[in-house]
Ligand binder design. Structure first.
Ligand code: SAM
Length: 289
């Protein structure tokens, strides 16, 4: 099926969300290419600013990206007492790097994305996101996150996996072996957060990723946020901690309104942090089954 029809992009992906497709009205196609790993498309929309699609799946739009990028960054960062050394796996658009570098305790950031073309295209077309990639504290490595972790042990306080979905180059980042590698790459007291899909359309996938995390980390949980241009308007994160005492739902770092303004945060605060862990009963039951 044609994803671009009559000036509309439609997110047709029968495997990940059968029978439903979000559509955005497109003013202009800014860039389109096939990289070594995936189809990369950047469009200007009439209502949501510019948008990045990989393999026909919406990764972010300028209008609502802050919800995803702030939440996947500050849920783990504000759950760690001193997150000095942070690894981002994926995140080639720069949105997570932009947020992580605002946290006052963060001293070092490493970003490993498999596709240098995503990085270059986002630098060219999505400067509001990619400004995180130009920060001198961010060390960018082009490579497979799974392979990178194979060679790094006991290094990071927080690892954020901002990957695409489990079909394509990110497939290995949703497996049990990846969670074992994440655990080994953490310093004592370290913790992780990973993009983990939505329970409305991918409950099985959410549960299997959660089980991988739970099998490896003494504390594992799932949180959600709303992103109107993701399938079903929602996305979730799997979080894991090496420390049994970690209560992800209660931030150890609370930013004042003044801090939040200084950091230009538009979505995250401590109230929405706590609320992210309030799950519907069907999700709680599926995770605990
Ligand atoms: N927020 C997005 C979402 O869930 O829709 C994720 C966006 S981010 C641009 C996804 C990135 O993960 C892409 O740049 C892609 O190249 C990268 N990626 C996919 N598989 C990877 C792997 N195995 N190792 C490192 N990066 C990977």
């Amino acid at each position: 099926m044609n994803a671009m029809k009559l000036g509309w992009f439609s997110e047709l992906n029968s495997e990940l969300w059968p029978g439903v497709a979000l559509s955005l009205e497109v003013e202009e196609v800014l860039h389109s290419e096939r990289s070594s790993f995936q189809d990369i498309l950047v469009v200007k929309t009439f209502t949501h600013g510019k948008a990045l699609m990989l393999d026909g799946v919406i990764q972010c739009t300028e209008k609502d990206e802050m919800s995803y990028h702030e939440m996947i960054s500050y849920l783990p960062l504000c759950s760690h007492p001193k997150p000095k050394n942070v690894l981002i796996v994926g995140g080639g658009d720069g949105g997570v790097a932009r947020e992580v570098t605002k946290h006052p305790d963060v001293e070092r950031v490493t970003l490993v994305d498999i596709d240098d073309r995503v990085i270059e295209v986002c630098k060219q077309y999505l400067p509001r996101l990619s400004l995180g990639l130009n920060n001198p504290y961010v060390n960018i490595i082009v490579g497979d996150g799974f392979e990178f972790l194979n060679h790094h042990q006991g290094e990071f306080d927080v690892i954020i996996t901002d990957s695409s979905d489990p079909i394509g180059p990110a497939e290995n980042l949703f497996k049990h072996a990846y969670y074992q590698l994440l655990k080994s790459a953490l310093k004592p007291g370290g913790l992780i957060a990973s993009q983990a899909g939505t329970a409305w359309s991918n409950l099985d996938q959410v549960c299997s990723t959660f089980q991988h995390c739970k099998a490896v980390f003494p504390v594992a949980t799932y949180a959600v946020t709303s992103v109107p241009t993701y399938p079903t308007g929602q996305i979730g994160f799997i979080l894991g901690s090496l420390t049994e005492q970690t209560n992800f739902a209660e931030p150890v770092k609370v930013f004042s309104d003044k801090d939040l303004d200084r950091m230009s945060l538009m979505y995250y605060n401590d109230k929405i942090h706590r609320a992210a862990f309030a799950l519907p009963r069907f999700v709680e039951k599926a995770l605990n089954a």
